[in-house]
Design a protein around this ligand. Structure first.
Ligand code: FMN
Length: 341
């Protein structure tokens, strides 16, 4: 098994054994919205549909990038996620596709378009790989196997810094990402993986032609804590990953800080979003789409129906929140400061 595939296996085991990799900070609880006792509409009037990358979504949810690989477990997880995304009308991002280049059999875990013909599918590679020999060809290959609508390049300096074998050369990456964004022919989305994008990051990315950003802030999954488990396996006294387990910009704060750029970028919120109510808060703060990862990991190992049940819960909560805000559409809530209590 390649090192990349082995790492994905280690991660799955860690998620099963240590519930605290999900930090449960509930940063969205600090955001209060204005209740309307007279919404002047019926619950049934609320229309949660949105468009993303030219495709229609039933509501603004993205099953955020998680996995892929050559073993059966990765094929099963992605198959269940794809079937559920299609049935419920939400977007799906796959986990890092770097494994494709060391284990070609991983292609089967990413060949999802036939299972999800109508929803946005997002490919995924680590941006730092652009400093380790990857370029336009690898980005195109990742898009092609998935027949994806866009490519996500993820930024994970904290995770790489905690990995002993991590790729920590982030020199000149913004310009390289810009080069890919110019030549790819499909949109490039840049995201973090749980520590957030700052306004300085966003400005640099916008300057380099990136138009869709996912803050992927702190509060939910902690990659520092996940990697801690692999680090202590070789040195029990090394707690670098624990010291940094809550490092990063809380998601609501990161979304609010990037909201002024909304005319120039599409903003995705993710990191610790745990309900449709959190989604509504992220939308009011300025997000067009909300990404959720960890809550789908266990259901995805079970069945597509288990994933669908969680999606339906999020949708019920999101619809209820819009009704109580007096908003009939997502557009009426998006970036609407008047709805903050
Ligand atoms: C099991 C798991 C695997 C992940 N793998 C990736 C990945 O390969 N690429 C990526 O960009 N993000 C990855 N993420 C990060 C998520 O897409 C998301 O940005 C982050 O976890 C915050 O969402 P959450 O708090 O809802 O889990 C992963 C998250 C989880 C839970």
């Amino acid at each position: 098994m390649s090192a990349t595939n082995q790492r994905k296996h280690d991660h799955l085991r860690t998620f099963a054994r240590d519930p605290q990799v999900e930090r449960g900070q509930n940063y969205f609880d600090a955001i209060r919205l204005t209740h309307r006792a007279l919404p002047e509409s019926a619950l049934a009037d609320v229309d949660t549909a949105v468009e993303f990358l030219g495709r229609r979504l039933a509501f603004p949810l993205l099953l955020s990038s998680m996995t892929g690989g050559s073993e059966k477990i990765f094929r099963t997880i992605n198959r269940h996620l794809a079937l559920a995304a299609e049935a419920e009308g939400v977007a799906l991002g796959v986990g890092s596709q770097r494994v494709l280049f060391s284990e070609p059999a991983a292609v089967h875990s990413f060949a999802l378009r036939t299972l999800a013909p109508s929803v946005p599918l997002l490919a995924n590679l680590g941006a730092v790989q652009l400093n380790c020999g990857f370029g336009l060809n690898e980005c195109r290959a990742a898009l092609d196997v998935l027949k994806a609508d866009a490519l996500i390049l993820h930024l994970n300096p904290l995770q790489e810094a905690i990995q002993r074998e991590g790729d920590t050369n982030f020199r000149g990456l913004a310009a390289k990402i810009g080069g890919i964004a110019r030549k790819l022919g499909k949109p490039v989305i840049v995201k973090e993986v749980g520590a957030g994008l700052s306004p300085a990051d966003a400005r640099l990315l916008v300057k380099n032609g990136v138009k869709i950003l996912d803050v992927a802030g702190a509060g939910g999954t902690s990659w520092s804590r996940v990697e801690h488990h692999r680090r202590v396996a070789t040195d029990a006294g090394d707690d670098l990953g624990l010291v940094f387990q809550d490092w990063g910009l809380p998601t609501p704060q990161a979304v609010a800080a990037l909201a002024p750029l909304r005319k120039r970028i599409t903003l995705i919120a993710s990191g610790g979003i745990r309900s449709g109510l959190d989604m509504a808060k992220a939308v009011v703060l300025g997000a067009s789409l909300c990404g959720v990862a960890a809550p789908f990991l266990r259901p995805a190992q079970e069945s597509a129906e288990a994933v669908r049940a969680v999606i339906r819960r999020f949708r019920r909560e999101f619809t209820t929140a819009l009704f109580l805000l007096g908003c009939r559409t997502v557009a009426a809530a998006r970036g609407n400061q008047n709805l903050l209590a």
